[in-house]
Design a protein around this ligand. Structure first.
Ligand SMILES: C[S@@+](CC[C@H](N)C(=O)[O-])C[C@H]1O[C@@H](n2cnc3c(N)ncnc32)[C@H](O)[C@@H]1O
Length: 484
């Protein structure tokens, strides 16, 4: 397929949050990966400038068949890149408008008082430049364990430096060094830009390329093996595969997503990761009936709905307006959907714990959604999640600090937000929990006790805690939450 069409397709998938740019480029099967990756990255870098030129010159109105993302890659190549290489009919169209496009770019440079095009990218005064993030990998415990993965990398010439004791250590990694993460188990940390897309462990599903912050939701939800879980907005499925690993493939994950293409990608990812305990449904989660007996044992829900994506570092330019902020209207529309879907999720009768997460940095999509939901629903409260995590929710309501935030500058991750809800305990709820024990859970009592060592969430688990303390590995001691 033609370069520009493939590049535009990747921009579109990145906007729909189907994965990181690098992964999407590799998945495309395009023969010249390097050329494609460079074109996509550069187009993203100049995205808001290109969009401005396209809009001011009325390009899409004059060329009805031309879509924004194809226009962006074409205009990038004709104005900033190495000139149009291929493109057939698109090339002819772009050539037709070349003079006008060049004139608009020239006017923009005069207006911004710069002589080189790249100087248009200079951040405005006071803007913080995001640091390059470490490369995080999650060990897929359905297929292997951290020890095996560490040994494998050592044999590949990497130097293992042990478990990190500070975030600064993660930020100092260079060359072929790597560390075990200090906050989350089964996360290994490598220097920025380490590329594992061709690594055997990745292609065989033994490791998952997932930002550390995006591993928080499943880790905090921590479903016991054998339990029933809903992943409400699941595709492309990194969090689903993490949930399956925590469940040890025992129990059930009901995973929903409205987007057919993303679900197809998810099917491939889950197969590669060895996930077998899931049921995928191409369905609007808002239309899933909470009283359906099928979901009567669902005690855990992971809700990671569509959001502005404003926290994702390699997409910052693409998804924000010229002034760096998402448009107020768009944010309001997203927040309204997020509130709706969160309230819906809390209607499932047996749900005990729910994790709400976004990769947005906006208060409107995060603390405001949580505050609104708590005001509307007094059966649930917030749990003080992972007390050792350094960045907390913005203090815009009394318990907002129970929530977690993440950012390139403070946690060396993409921007992220997580809130852990817990049903307030009362006689009726406890009865419901007992009657909801699934067959798999009854078969796995020993496993529950073991898992409970690291999870102070449930009353029964807490009682067993003292007994096994001496056997705990250091990472199992991580306190995931505390009730305040
Ligand atoms: C942030 S992404 C989910 C990422 C996913 N949790 C992961 O870790 O790979 C949000 C997803 O929600 C889906 N979505 C949006 N509205 C939905 C709805 N009403 N019901 C189900 N899925 C929905 C989108 O198609 C998109 O795939």
């Amino acid at each position: 397929m033609a370069l520009y069409q493939v590049a535009a397709g990747i921009l579109e998938r990145a906007q729909r949050k189907e994965g990181a740019v690098k992964g999407l480029v590799y998945e495309s099967g395009y023969k010249n990966i390097k050329q494609l990756y460079a074109l996509v990255c550069e187009t993203l870098r100049y995205s808001s400038i290109l969009e401005g030129i396209i809009n001011r010159t009325n390009l899409l109105r004059e060329e009805k068949k031309l879509k924004m993302n194809v226009a962006k890659v074409l205009v990038y190549d004709i104005l900033i890149g190495k000139g149009l290489k291929c493109g057939g009919v698109w090339k002819m169209i772009a050539r037709k408008h070349q003079a006008r496009l060049q004139a608009d770019l020239a006017r923009l440079k005069v207006k911004k008082k710069v002589s080189r095009t790249e100087d248009l990218l200079v951040p405005s005064e006071g803007a913080v430049k995001a640091p390059a993030l470490p490369r995080y990998i999650r060990v897929n415990t359905l297929k292997t364990n951290a020890e095996n993965v560490i040994d494998y990398f050592k044999r590949q010439g990497y130097a293992y430096l042990g478990r990190a004791s500070s975030l600064q250590e993660l930020g100092r990694l260079s060359g072929k060094q790597f560390l075990m993460d200090l906050h989350l188990p089964d996360i290994l940390v490598f220097p920025p830009r380490t590329d594992f897309h061709k690594n055997y462990l990745y292609t065989a599903g033994h490791i998952i390329l997932q930002d550390k912050a995006s591993s928080l939701p499943a880790f905090l939800l921590d479903p016991t093996s054998g339990s029933h879980v809903i992943d409400a907005c699941a595709a492309p499925g990194n969090k689903t595969s993490h949930l399956a690993a925590l469940l040890k493939n025992k129990g059930k994950i009901f995973a929903f997503d409205m987007d057919t293409k993303r679900l197809a990608t998810m099917g491939t990812l889950l197969l590669r990761a060895g996930v077998t305990c899931h049921q995928l449904a191409n369905e609007d989660f808002l239309k899933v009936e909470p009283s359906d007996p099928k979901y009567s044992c669902v005690q855990h829900i992971l809700l990671d709905p569509s959001c502005s994506g404003s926290g994702i570092v390699d997409r910052l330019n693409d998804l924000t307006d010229d002034d760096g902020s998402s448009s107020a209207e768009r944010l309001q529309a997203l927040a309204s959907f997020q509130r709706k879907v969160l309230s819906h999720a809390l209607r499932f009768p047996a749900v005990e714990h729910l994790v709400y997460s976004t990769c947005s940095v906006h208060q409107e999509e995060n603390e405001d959604v949580v505050r609104h939901t708590l005001l509307e629903n007094n059966a649930f409260r917030l749990v003080n999640a992972l007390p050792s995590w350094p960045q907390r929710g913005l203090p815009v309501f009394p318990r907002a600090k129970c929530c977690l935030r993440a950012s390139p500058t403070e946690t060396l991750t993409n921007g992220f937000f997580v809130a852990l809800f817990e049903r307030k305990k009362g006689g009726e709820e406890l009865l419901a929990q007992v009657s909801c024990k699934t067959a798999e859970q009854s078969d796995n009592n020993d496993e529950h006790v073991e898992k409970a060592e690291g999870n102070p969430l449930s009353v029964t688990k807490k009682k067993k805690k003292k007994k096994k303390k001496s056997q705990q590995a250091p990472l199992e001691k991580i306190q995931k939450s505390e009730t305040v």
